[in-house]
Design a protein around this ligand. Structure first.
Ligand SMILES: NC(=O)c1ccc[n+]([C@@H]2O[C@H](COP(=O)([O-])OP(=O)(O)OC[C@H]3O[C@@H](n4cnc5c(N)ncnc54)[C@H](OP(=O)(O)O)[C@@H]3O)[C@@H](O)[C@H]2O)c1
Length: 251
């Protein structure tokens, strides 16, 4: 039997670590052709070697999601290598501890540019490609439980970016249905996940491990498998927002 995503070309952003890297692995297992982007090229190269050795068709493209030309190039690579993009996993994102009352504006700008603007630009590039080729494609946004409630002090702008992702998910659905497009859109909203996210947020290594010592948090692979599940549903089924918490997470 053919793998569920055999012959389907998927672009994954933020694939150099955490959820993005595990999503690339999960989608490769499902047979997808992959174009992966992030800034850390060496990480992308190592992952591509691993997946290519297992037989996955894969291309890498160093991509800074704050640079529109980089995003355009990522999609150009998907077109050159695989003829276009059938699905996009908008995963690249970050949080910074940056209180509204005292933070400099640069961390706010970075979060807004990567988590919101970069996601919008990538979405547009993917949809234009899908529509040119008449493909019933799929856009998956990696949102967050922080898009559903404020996780705590110091997370205000991060949460605002993920509330924006939630709005953009529904806005895109409304836009696509208005023109009777078959393209689907999904948000996946994880709680705490073991990745480099908490280290970046707190600006020190080991932060994710500290949370995991307090209670068992999600593995990146758990979220990746949820994304693979979403992408392998039948065409008449559109998952809107999948909330996935560690069982022991209280808020
Ligand atoms: N971990 C959690 O607890 C958690 C919970 C809910 C939602 N999320 C969301 O899950 C997504 C993935 O995060 P993660 O947990 O896997 O954390 P991670 O291990 O830190 O991965 C973040 C990814 O985003 C990429 N990225 C960051 N800034 C970028 C930029 N300017 N241009 C291109 N890529 C950029 C990073 O690549 P480079 O640094 O190589 O560019 C990396 O591949 C994010 O959207 C995050 O908001 C995480």
């Amino acid at each position: 039997m053919a793998a569920a995503l055999e012959g389907r070309s998927v672009v994954v952003t933020g694939a150099s670590s955490g959820i993005g890297a595990e999503t690339a692995r999960a989608l490769a297992r499902a047979g997808a052709s992959l174009t992966i982007g992030a800034r850390r090229e060496a990480r992308l190269r190592t992952l591509a070697e691993e997946l290519a050795a297992a037989g996955a068709p894969i291309a890498i493209q160093p991509t800074d999601m704050r640079q529109e030309t980089d995003i355009a190039r990522l999609f150009a690579v998907a077109r050159e290598r695989f003829g276009g993009v059938d699905a996009l996993v908008n995963n690249a994102g970050l949080g910074r501890r940056a209180p509204l009352s005292s933070s400099p504006s640069e961390p706010w700008r970075e979060m807004l540019e990567v988590n919101v603007l970069g996601l919008c630009i990538a979405t547009r590039e993917a949809i234009q490609d899908m529509e040119r080729r008449g493909v019933a494609g799929h856009i998956v946004h990696v949102s967050s439980m922080a898009g559903h409630r404020i996780p705590g002090p110091d997370s205000g702008v991060y949460a605002a970016t993920k509330f924006a992702v939630r709005a953009l998910t529904e806005a895109l659905r409304v836009e696509l249905r208005a023109r009777q497009s078959p393209i689907r859109v999904t948000a996946v909203s994880p709680g705490h996940v073991f990745s480099e996210f908490a280290d970046v947020f707190n600006d020190r290594p080991g932060a994710a491990a500290e949370i995991d010592r307090r209670f068992k948090i999600l593995e990146s692979r758990d979220v990746a498998e949820a994304i693979a599940w979403v992408l392998t549903r039948p065409p008449h089924m559109e998952v809107h927002d999948l909330l996935v918490r560690p069982t022991a997470q209280r808020n």
